[in-house]
Design a protein. Structure first.
Length: 315
């Protein structure tokens, strides 16, 4: 099938429903709001108490189907992705989302929503492979009134290189995959320069003295553009964590075999949080509250990253 023929068939899906007359699996819930705010460190009073509203950025949360998914997806949705699979675009990656907030969602609200295929564009060549961008638009309502709009875009692509079966034995002569390179720009170059020197530098506002991480061009509290840095002592605790099972990515488990690994949200003694690998214990032994200490991992000749080793007292 030529690109022109495929494009014509894909364009026919634009405007078709992807999810129809769905209802959120749970009402807007105070416990979920609390978990969200704790994870992000958001203490705004509007998100607590009897008149609590949900943080606007939680909009998509109330449409999620969980592991069991939603049963309201349409044939058009399934046919669109089946056509892309048939064209060799068997892999998918989320690229971005946009949200519009019309009215606040309050505890106890029941959210209903409909999703349409807004656009299918391509083909687009990327480092991952060549594929098509699929954008869906979801309108959320409460009691029939529009509460928000969520646009979600994915790239369905044909991998530029064969996908390796993680269960297959690794060729010892094959170079190990490299970690993805961080995006280094004007606002965070100093951080990575510090990491190269085995220093974890935390920004500190020159006016209100609030520490912040990751690095930002201005203070989120007082708005000052002036700042300096403090060198983190390197002690902290696991505030939260996830275990990555799939896809298997050997670069994150070096020097061991491919497999699950733990990614922690580490609360430093300086009062900020950083995302990094937790090492020194099996992935299934990582726990919230576990004390950890900063180390620097030399990934290759170009890249050093901070990781956190579990202290013996936390095992």
């Amino acid at each position: 099938m030529s690109d022109d023929d495929l494009a014509a068939r894909l364009k026919a899906f634009e405007g078709l429903p992807a999810v129809s007359e769905a209802t959120g699996k749970d009402p807007v819930d105070a416990a979920m709001i609390r978990h969200w705010c704790e994870a992000l460190g958001d203490t705004h009073p509007a998100y607590t108490g009897p008149d609590a509203v949900a943080p606007p950025a939680m909009l998509q949360v109330w449409t999620m189907g969980g592991l069991s998914g939603h049963d309201r997806r349409t044939d058009a949705y399934h046919d669109l992705f089946a056509l892309l699979d048939e064209a060799g675009c068997t892999s998918v990656v989320a690229t971005d989302c946009e949200q519009e907030y019309v009215r606040p969602l309050r505890v106890g609200d029941t959210v209903t929503f409909d999703t349409v295929v807004e656009s299918v564009t391509g083909p687009k060549s990327t480092r991952l492979g060549t594929g098509w961008f699929v954008t869906t638009r979801t309108e959320l309502r409460v009691a029939g009134l529009l509460a928000g709009v969520h646009r979600f875009r994915v790239l369905k692509y044909a991998p530029s290189r064969p996908v390796r079966d993680p269960r297959a034995p690794r060729d010892p002569d094959r170079p190990r995959e490299r970690r993805p390179r961080p995006v280094v720009g004007r606002d965070n170059a100093g951080y990575w320069e510090g990491v190269d020197r085995h220093e974890l530098l935390v920004q500190c506002c020159a006016d209100c003295r609030r520490p912040r991480f990751p690095w930002l061009p201005g203070c989120p509290d007082c708005g000052s553009a002036d700042w300096d840095t403090v060198r983190a002592a390197g002690t902290g605790t696991v505030f939260s964590y996830v275990v990555m099972h799939h896809p298997s990515f050997p670069a994150f488990t070096a020097p061991g075999p491919p497999g699950p690994y733990a990614v922690g949200l580490i609360e430093l003694a300086e009062g900020v949080r950083i995302v990094a690998n937790v090492v020194g214990v099996p992935y299934d032994k990582v726990r919230v509250g576990m004390p950890v200490r900063l180390e620097f991992l030399r990934c290759d000749e170009e890249l050093t990253v901070p990781v956190f080793r579990a202290e013996e007292s936390g095992g």
